[in-house]
Design a binder for this molecule. Structure first.
Ligand code: GAR
Length: 234
């Protein structure tokens, strides 16, 4: 099913906004099925807000620290994003956990990117943890969001090989370069009507994604290569 108009995307971010910038750059360079129509942040000082304003994208701040209680913040965040009337809500370095009412309101159209090969290493400090564990691979996962932290159905992953002399800085730089290529592609699958979430199961091109689509990062050429998909749909 191909959708007839560009899908409206609301991006939520908390920090530098490099993920948002990568999605916007992709939108500007490709014939995408999406358009970023709004950026929302919990942090008034997020650099991502400046990036959005520089491109005349409407922004709204829901300043977390100014709310007396968490539930007031959650309600304001929900109301703000509902008012944006998005077809897809994209979490892009949004460092607050969205509450269950938010998940329920945007279920099936709420996506996140997390810097690990989920289900391994949900939560914070993934680079430190994979290096301490002596892993040989790290990467990033794009997933639909449910009520479990970093626990929703994984759609696609990019695998990045770890070198013996990697530090947090070198590894995170490579993973971030790779994930900035992956996220816009997955967003466009959704906005093209190719990707859906049905009864908690991600579907791509009408078939269940039994395992995520796996890409490998070719750091020498700065490219993603899709792994053979023979076993990833049912
Ligand atoms: C990205 O690397 C993203 O994967 C990660 O935060 C970074 C945001 O960068 N997301 C999470 O850790 C979510 N749990 P940015 O602020 O420059 O876009």
């Amino acid at each position: 099913m191909s959708l007839t108009r560009k899908q409206r995307i609301c991006v939520l971010l908390s920090g530098s906004g490099t993920t948002f910038a990568a999605i916007l750059d992709y939108q500007q360079r490709h014939q995408t099925h999406f358009e970023i129509t709004h950026v929302v942040s919990d942090n008034p000082r997020a650099q991502g807000l400046d990036r959005a304003r520089a491109h005349n994208i409407p922004t709204t701040v829901v300043p977390y620290k100014q709310f007396a209680c968490r539930s007031d913040f959650d309600q304001e965040l929900l109301d703000t994003v509902v008012a944006c009337a998005p077809d897809l809500v994209v979490l892009a370095g949004f460092m607050r956990i969205v509450d269950s009412a938010f998940v329920a309101r945007f279920f099936n159209k709420l996506m996140n990117i997390h810097p690990s090969l989920l289900p391994k290493y949900p939560g914070l400090n993934t680079y430190e943890r994979v290096l301490s564990a002596g892993e040989s691979r790290h990467g990033s996962s794009v997933h639909f969001v449910n009520n479990v932290l970093d626990g929703g159905p994984v759609i696609a992953q990019v695998v990045v090989l770890i070198d013996n002399n990697d530090s947090i800085a070198t590894l995170s730089a490579r993973v971030q370069e790779a994930e900035r290529m992956l996220y816009p592609v997955v967003i466009d699958w959704f906005c093209d009507g190719r990707l859906t979430l049905q009864q908690g199961q991600a579907h791509l091109d009408g078939k269940p994604l039994v395992t995520p689509r796996i890409f490998h990062f070719d750091q020498h050429h700065g490219e993603l290569h899709l792994e053979s998909t023979k076993s990833s749909t049912g």
